[in-house]
Design a protein around this ligand. Structure first.
Ligand code: FAD
Ligand code: UDP
Length: 370
């Protein structure tokens, strides 16, 4: 009998298991995939750590989170500076003076601000109600049309008018020549890949792979006093209030016999007509010098059904409404010894640092520690 059965070996499950062990609790982690790590898992292909579920860049403003991660793995000094390719023309991201110079030939930040203000003034957007209005009111029409609309609509498979505005607020807007995609104080990639972080967190903790909790729920429940569930909350409740929508993706890897394919880790293809959203060249995350390279094209999957891999929650009003019903049930469930955590169980667009903070918070409550 374990103290905790942890369903899911992703970052939430791994951090919770680590903290449980620190508090002298026993854990069994199960995962339905054939590997541990959830979406941060890397596969080593010819000496290159390939981010199998999309590019993962660690960033945080919290020193304690940065120190925590560095306790398990050395972080390198990679700074994410993606490029956007629109109809054969390259632009720097996030939206900054380099982008505005490339768009309008302006070198004066005040002039760039004037151009944007001029484009916004006739739109009459006081309170942005959706992603399109939010984006237009931040950066104006040109940036929206070339760098946001096509990318967003193919990525999310719906009109930007039907998406919540918070998604675009993730991106910085600057009037300086700074191509750093994040504003956070700390940023990097684990030297040797993310698997080292997961291995460090779960050292001496039993993990069983290829085990789907739903294949034999009573059996798994019987193995531990409590369950930490990091899978899909709607599945946990047999979809009784309806299915939650997620955005799914397909990743196509290619090993190429050349040293350098695109000169940057991330290039976004922002026009709607290109079927993939971005190409990742993994070696550049770790400054690789191999004579070959691995690239991955990330394709959005149109439509979603529950047989697909759920990558991103779609936090529109309809889905949030359904989620809130499951959440109410989960509060009752808490007394029945289930802890819900992570991107799928909380139906939240969490980044890695937020997952760590959330796992700490739940563990602190659980183990009554500060
Ligand atoms: P997951 O990693 O999804 O782990 C859940 C685990 O539970 C999975 O391994 C799954 O197989 C398992 N599971 C589910 N159901 C069952 C079941 N029934 N039985 C057994 N096991 C089950 N964050 C950043 O900070 N920076 C980035 O650059 C970044 N880029 C991203 C890019 C993409 C394409 C995606 C999808 C996410 C990105 N993220 C990024 C977010 C990051 O992946 C998440 O914050 C984090 O990995 C979530 O961890 P988790 O443990 O909640 O979920
Ligand atoms: N986005 C965009 N153009 C880009 C990059 C991002 O329009 O070149 C928008 C898009 O709507 C996306 C959101 O900004 O969903 C957040 O981007 P981020 O890179 O944070 O997405 P993630 O890495 O989570 O896929």
């Amino acid at each position: 009998m374990y103290d905790y059965l942890i369903v899911g070996s992703g970052l939430f499950g791994a951090v919770f298991a680590y903290l449980a062990k620190q508090n002298n609790k026993t854990c069994l982690i199960i995962d339905k995939r054939a590997h541990a790590g959830g979406n941060v898992y890397c596969e080593n292909i010819e000496g290159i750590n390939v981010h199998k579920y999309g590019a993962h860049i660690f960033h945080t403003n919290e020193k304690w989170i940065w120190d925590f991660v560095n306790g398990f793995v050395e972080m390198n000094n990679y700074v994410n500076s993606p490029l956007a390719l629109y109809k054969g023309q390259l632009f720097n991201l996030p939206f900054n003076m380099n982008t505005f110079y490339q768009l309008w030939g302006v070198i004066d930040p005040n002039e760039a601000q004037r151009i944007i203000a001029d484009q916004i003034k006739d739109l009459n957007i006081t309170y942005p109600r959706n992603l399109e209005e939010q984006a237009l009111s931040m950066v104006g029409v040109d940036v929206y049309e070339k760098l946001i609309k096509g990318y967003t609509e193919k990525q999310w498979g719906r009109s930007a008018k039907e998406l919540p505005s918070f998604i675009i607020k993730r991106l910085p807007l600057r009037f300086t020549y700074n191509n750093n995609y994040f504003n956070d104080k700390f940023q990097g990639i684990p030297v040797g890949g993310y698997n080292r972080l997961i291995e460090g967190l779960t050292r001496d903790i039993e993990i069983k792979l290829d085990c789907d909790y739903f294949a034999d729920r009573p059996y798994y429940n019987g193995l531990a006093r409590k369950v930490v569930f990091t899978g899909k909350i709607d599945e946990f409740y047999d979809y009784q209030f309806g299915e939650l929508e997620y955005r799914s993706l397909t990743f196509r890897d290619e090993l190429l016999p050349i040293a350098n394919f695109q000169g940057n880790a991330v290039v976004n293809y922002t026009e709607y007509e290109v079927p993939y959203t971005r190409i990742i060249e993994h070696k550049h995350f770790e400054f690789g010098t191999q004579p070959h390279t691995v690239i991955t094209r990330e394709y959005p999957v149109q439509g979603y059904n529950k047989a697909m891999e759920p990558y991103y929650p779609v936090n529109d009003d309809r889905n949030n409404g359904i989620y809130n019903q499951y959440k109410s049930l989960s509060k009752q469930e808490a007394s029945a010894n289930v802890i819900f955590g992570g991107r799928l169980a909380e139906y939240k667009y969490y980044d890695m640092h937020q997952i760590i903070a959330s796992a700490f918070k739940k563990a602190q409550t659980e183990f009554a520690i500060s």
